[in-house]
Design a protein. Structure first.
Length: 372
């Protein structure tokens, strides 16, 4: 059985609380889940593998922590698939249902389109809406150092009333996710970012994810993942000067390599993961003073506690303390950048607001750029 990517199932971490209404069947009844898979050109998708995930604690632990489905099947010539399982597989001892998910998967994960449908299997026969694949026709252009992205919304496959879109970028060293860059966007929003935040050789591709939540426990929720555009985005006009440099955090003198190693994968292999709550700052030491720092990019930073701001401080020498804060951004953001800094510095510090019950809980990468 093919392994799958854990990004699709972040809610598996809380599966024990993810229980639905009572089932209309018993533990020994045979329950059917069926539906059709529709390709991006609206034709039936035959010979497509469809996975079924049962979001119970037991399935989460036994099915390689969500990396593989609980079971899978293959569509026939009309795109039809079905699963037959005993009722006990979908229910707790008191008859409450586990949420399940069906999704297409294949050997070219995660770059091809994928659609996931979530629901509670409440009936003996559960007919799932068409599992439609969404290409999105992702493309971009580069203009004066900025990358302008465009895509077709899920309206192109007849889907309406969606809740949200998300722009996701995958790094070459990215584990199983799309962690180079993420941003929640609205339908039709123009996307434009500086080319340097994609890191040149660190970039693998980008896609759009669209979510349509289930309005009730008896309805279906949808997540549409577009085809990934892997056209190269070169790093031109800038130099990454932080790669492999030492970094530090409050509460320990240890050197941290994962903040500047060029990896964007899951915690903790390529990322800083912090268990304590008293970390209010992280610092990158560039090893020498650079005449003009142009930009500081922060990838996937997280915090616990109250909400406030992240501050940026640049300094040449911290012997007599730190210089003044020069910029800030809301802590509601997890991916952000400061640019046009044009400041001489060796040390780069990201610092939290001074509030109680707060701390930096993790960060994937901090990159510092200068103009060539």
């Amino acid at each position: 059985m093919k392994k799958f990517f854990l990004l699709i199932f972040p809610i598996l971490l809380i599966v024990s609380c993810n229980l639905g209404p009572q089932a209309e069947y018993g533990p020994d009844d045979t329950v059917k889940i069926s539906g059709k898979c529709i390709d991006t050109d609206s034709t039936s998708y035959d010979d497509m593998e469809i996975g079924l995930w049962i979001l119970s604690t037991e399935s989460f632990l036994t099915d390689f922590f969500g990396l593989t489905p609980s079971t899978y099947t293959v569509t026939d010539s009309s795109g039809y698939y079905e699963f037959l399982r005993k009722g006990r597989d979908f229910t707790t001892s008191n008859g409450s249902t586990y949420k399940v998910a069906v999704m297409n998967y294949n050997t070219n994960l995660p770059l091809e389109p994928h659609t996931r449908i979530d629901f509670y299997p409440l009936n003996l026969e559960n007919v799932v809406p068409d599992l439609k694949l969404w290409k999105a026709n992702c493309s971009f252009s580069i203009d004066n150092g900025n990358v302008n992205f465009s895509f077709e919304g899920v309206e192109s496959i007849g889907i309406t009333d969606v809740d949200s879109y998300r722009f996701e970028v995958k790094a070459k060293i990215d584990g199983i996710g799309y962690n180079l860059w993420q941003k929640k966007i609205s339908k039709g929003q123009t996307l434009s970012f500086p080319s340097y935040i994609f890191g040149g050789n660190q970039y693998l591709g980008w896609r759009i994810l669209c979510e349509k939540k289930a309005p009730s426990d008896s309805d279906f929720g949808f997540i549409y993942m577009s085809e990934t555009d892997t056209t190269s985005i070169p790093l031109t006009g800038y130099t990454l000067i932080s790669l492999g440099k030492n970094s530090f955090r409050e509460a320990t003198p240890d050197t941290i390599k994962t903040l500047t190693d060029g990896g964007f994968g899951p915690y903790p292999s390529y990322s800083l993961s912090i268990g304590s709550t008293d970390v209010s700052w992280v610092v990158v030491d560039l090893g020498q003073v650079y005449d003009s720092i142009f930009s500081v990019v922060v990838y996937g930073i997280t915090h616990n506690g109250e909400s406030g701001k992240y501050y940026l401080i640049l300094d040449e020498d911290t012997t007599d303390g730190w210089d003044e804060k020069i910029d800030s951004i809301s802590m509601d953001e997890t991916y952000f950048y400061f640019e046009n800094l044009n400041k001489k510095a060796r040390f780069v510090r990201i610092e939290l607001s001074e509030m109680s019950n707060m701390g930096i809980s993790g960060c994937r990468e901090i990159s510092v750029f200068k103009k060539n």
